[in-house]
Design a protein around this ligand. Sequence first.
Ligand code: RIB
Ligand code: CA
Length: 309
Amino acid sequence: MPRQSIIIDTDPGQDDALAILLALAHGDALDVLGITAVCGNISVSGTAANALKVLALAGREDVPVFVGSAAPLVGKLVTADVLHGKAITAGWDLPFSSAAPRPEFAADWIIDTLLSRPAGTVTICALGPLTNIALALAKRPEIADRLEGLVMMAGASQGGNMNAVAEFNVFVDPHAAARVFAAPVRKVVVSLDVTRKLLVTETELRRLTAAKNGITAEVTKLLGLYDACARAGAPRALHDPAVIAMLLAPDIFKGREVNVEIETAQGLTYGQTIVDVNGVTGRPANAHWLTDVDSDAFYSLLCDALARG
Ligand code: RIB
Ligand code: CA
């Protein structure tokens, strides 16, 4: 498989951090051109700072970080502390980074990067709300033709985590998600449908931190909330690394082509990804929706990456 150039758009977030570490551990297969921070789990200043910390931990402060949108396209920012309280920021006492974000606004850097490189050579891995990508598409729609694809952690068709039907990343900015799903670009969707099969049990926690090195020492702290949930018998799903795993080992996933529309109206289903699983609407397929994953193969891939230190 040829080396893939990727942009990671992210709202670190503990699971985002593991996704970034997984990508950096596979430098032979993935060339991380840059990280664009977006508001989501916490404020965009916080997600940018956390991205810098993860890069410092991995010894990769050469990778540029760009600050993106501080708010969704419409309405006020809802951060993940509504889900997890202050635990969403726990474990982030990683080594301080001396690096700083670059001055260019994230959406502008995405545009510049896509327009300056050959078409079809850059993939965006979206690990948070889709605001930066929607802004870039709105400013220069032609970047859709430049992208190799967009692999995103987004949505759910079997129950949400922010309301009965909506997943956090889409719920935070459904208007951005609607713009992205309407764009003529290859989209691969890693939803809760798949990530709920990637629960961080006590067994998986032991696997993830078995190799004692600088990376796993910090990952152990980052996974503190997951540890507490596992011990309480309610293991949390590990979401964002599955996006990177899809690039590295697509064969461990199964999926299908479907039409996905986004509910942007306020109310009980705000932020829902409406997936036409039975193809009854006549709307054309606009996404490759993952439906299954080999959990053991996923954790082996992630544990191997973390063990590289
Ligand atoms: O719903 C899970 C998603 O929301 C993950 O990307 C997590 O990091 C948060 O952004
Ligand atoms: Ca995330």
